[in-house]
Design a protein around this ligand. Structure first.
Ligand SMILES: *Cc1c(COP(=O)(O)O)cnc(C)c1O
Length: 398
């Protein structure tokens, strides 16, 4: 079916969820952030598994992500974190999806729409305290409270903000953001706004500022088994649910001096064997986020990495394993094919290679295989198996 696939270990995700729950402050709920297809693992699958564990609150970025979860049977709270366009609001309200409100002029429009639909619309307010992205600023709060008083169809379920430097060692900035948040919340409450849920923590702040848990935290990164910063390593015993594998689909002996791939940047230094695996840029392989150095050592590493890349050496990505033996990438990674110089490693066509592919970069088109207790429980295939149009359909088109 596919020679490239991702294995997602549901037991590891549930393990991570339980670890996070065990560290939650009393009276605090967990909102599972499953945006960006649960960081590549599969939003519906991850949310479904967490729902089975008792999780009743989920967050995504867009209304379409939220509708997908609803349609897949997620029935708790689903909050849209990002800004959204009015043309999608009706679908969201009808599916009982909560929208984040961060612009004043959305309030009367949303209120009117809810009234027309004969229902209430659940909303959360986003406050801008230092992320510089979306949210109400301090000088808008009185106007905000006034607009909300005129909007009886809007049901405010929570007020939140988002930290910019939670994963950095700069705790003062996060503290200042939190203080702003608390002051803004107080202003709103004094203006008569009732606020059931108060939340500020993402994964990093969940770990580093337990005193800011309040009555909800929004956690994504930890659920999928990733630690947001090296400094927090070991604070939770997380399991990695993510494994990408590709099969060797072509194997060929190559003489010393053979050029490999585009621009011939790789040349075999001795007689060897070249293996081809069906993974490349289109799948997200070899694509790295731009690195921002945090200190001088970081900067040196980034420079070396970039110099290596210029010379065709994929530093940090050479650790591919075939039958437990390291094999290296030969030449440039292609759109959907990559060549490996396997040397004298014992490799055969059909052997599995573990591919280092970043979770959030992995194309959703790659088949996902969900495992529970070591057994495959579900397979997700996107964009495969199109049917050809019939002769009749084609002649109608012409
Ligand atoms: C992504 C996101 C989160 C979750 O962040 P993690 O660090 O992945 O836990 C929380 N809140 C908002 C607003 C987000 O965009």
């Amino acid at each position: 079916m596919s020679d490239l696939w991702i294995e997602v270990d549901m037991d590891a995700i549930i393990h991570n969820y339980r670890q996070i729950m065990a560290g939650l402050s009393a009276g605090c709920r967990l909102m599972a952030v499953v945006k960006a297809d649960a960081y590549g693992l599969g939003a519906a699958e991850v949310a479904g598994a967490l729902q089975g564990e008792g999780c009743t609150a989920f967050a995504v970025t867009t209304i379409s992500e939220a509708l997908l979860l609803r349609n897949q049977g997620v029935d708790g709270t689903i909050l849209v974190l990002g800004p959204s366009s009015p043309e999608y609001w009706q679908a969201a309200i009808q599916a009982h999806i909560e929208l984040t409100v961060s612009q004043l002029d959305w309030i009367p429009t949303l209120n009117k729409l809810a009234e027309t639909l004969g229902t209430k619309a659940g909303i959360q307010l986003k406050l801008e305290t230092g992320m510089g992205r979306t949210g109400f600023t301090g000088d808008q709060l009185q106007e905000l409270a006034a607009a909300l008083r005129e909007a009886p169809q809007l049901e405010i379920t929570g007020v939140y903000t988002h930290f910019a430097r939670g994963a950095q060692r700069d705790r003062a900035y996060t503290r200042a953001q939190n203080e702003k948040y608390l002051a803004y919340v107080q202003t709103l409450e004094q203006a008569g706004i009732r606020i059931p849920l108060k939340h500020v923590c993402n994964s990093a702040a969940y770990l580093d500022f337990p005193e800011y848990h309040y009555n909800m935290v929004r956690v994504g990164t930890l659920l999928i088994g990733h630690c947001p910063a090296p400094a927090f390593e070991g604070r939770l015993r997380l399991k990695d649910p993510w494994l990408v594998k590709a099969r060797i689909v072509h194997l060929q002996k190559a003489a010393k001096g053979t050029f490999v791939g585009y621009q011939s940047i790789y040349k075999a230094k001795k007689d060897t064997t070249l293996a081809v695996v069906p993974v490349g840029y289109a799948d997200g392989f070899g694509i790295e986020p731009r690195l921002v150095p945090q200190n001088i050592v970081d900067l040196a590493k980034i420079i070396v990495k970039n110099m290596g890349a210029l010379m065709g050496i994929q530093l940090g990505r050479e650790k591919l394993l075939c039958n437990g033996q390291p094999v290296r990438i030969a030449g440039k990674i292609g759109m959907q094919l990559t060549v490996l110089d396997v040397g004298s490693a014992p490799c055969s066509a059909g052997d599995e290679i573990v591919i280092p592919l970043r979770r959030t970069q992995a194309n959703p088109r790659i088949l996902r295989m969900y495992k529970k207790n070591g057994e495959i429980m579900r397979i997700r295939i996107i964009n495969e198996g199109f049917l050809s149009p019939s002769e009749e359909q084609l002649s109608n088109k012409r």
